[in-house]
Write a protein that binds this ligand. Structure first.
Ligand code: NAP
Length: 242
């Protein structure tokens, strides 16, 4: 059996990624923080499609929780290698910098950036030894362009992009690739308070994207077919170029 871990797999883009990665033949470890019902829904859909998976709850912003969950899983599955990692879980807490609360800066950096470091660190060694691995990080247009009201989120996503480019060069010789996918406006719980009609004007495709449209690109980068692509950032934003 081949294993893939997708963080934030209970809802939105992460859920769509779990379903696509499962089609590549992976047993999907579905991470989530608190929403067990939605995580179970993702797992049920994978099973309905003939795939397999299991739930792996942990808070991606908690280094000790990450370590405990991954080590526990490795003890139960001593010969297994997680060869695909999708760092997708993320949050935003927008405010202009002068009104931003310190904890909102820290929460967004911990959840979107530090999580990349702590989770990847635990899994990359096995990929290197195994001489095969795919790491895909879900970032954002905000991390490329910078968006007002999102200094915390832009810093976090921009940090993941830079770290991915560095790591890609560290592990390239071992057949481990590291890439980013940068969505624009995608219809999920994260954007539910945004009115699509207010943004149509600035998006060449005149609509928000679907989670599945992001998941297809992630799935390609997570597949053996993307063997010579590394250190890249692919935008999925309906032509909303920076
Ligand atoms: P979403 O609908 O709000 O779902 C967020 C997912 O992340 C949920 O599965 C949630 O788990 C999980 N999560 C959040 N904090 C977590 C934590 N501390 N530990 C573990 N899991 C956690 O978000 P989305 O729109 O699908 O976004 C997915 C990724 O795409 C994020 O990195 C986001 O920044 C990025 N992105 C989204 C858009 C967009 O327009 N939607 C645009 C650009 C980039 P629970 O269900 O347990 O809460």
């Amino acid at each position: 059996m081949k294993f893939a871990l997708v963080t934030g797999g209970s809802r939105g883009i992460g859920k769509a990624i779990c379903l696509e990665i499962s089609k590549l033949g992976y047993h999907v470890l579905i991470n989530y923080r608190s929403n067990i019902e939605e995580a179970q829904n993702t797992l049920n859909q994978i099973k309905e499609n003939g795939g397999s998976g299991e739930l792996m709850p942990f808070d991606v912003s908690d280094p000790e929780g990450i370590k405990a969950a991954i080590n526990q899983w490795k003890e139960k599955n001593p010969d297994a290698v997680i060869e695909v990692l999708v760092n997708n879980a993320g949050i935003r807490k927008d405010a202009l910098i002068m009104w931003m609360k310190d904890e909102d800066w820290k929460d967004v950096l911990n959840t979107n950036l530090d999580s990349f470091y702590y989770i990847t660190k635990h899994l990359v060694q096995d990929m290197i030894v195994n001489k095969y691995g795919r790491i895909v990080n879900v970032v954002s247009l905000s991390g490329i362009k910078g968006l007002p009201g999102q200094t915390n989120y832009s810093a976090a996503k921009g940090g993941v992009i830079a770290a991915s480019k560095a790591l890609a060069q560290e592990v390239a010789k071992k057949n481990v690739t590291v890439n980013c996918v940068a969505p624009g406006f995608i219809k999920t719980d994260m954007t539910q308070e945004l009115e699509e009609k207010d943004y149509k004007r600035i998006i060449p495709m005149s609509r928000f994207g679907k989670a599945e449209e992001v998941a297809h690109v992630v799935s390609f980068l997570a597949s053996p077919n993307a063997s010579y692509v590394t250190g890249e950032v692919i935008s999925v934003n309906g032509g909303l170029y920076t």
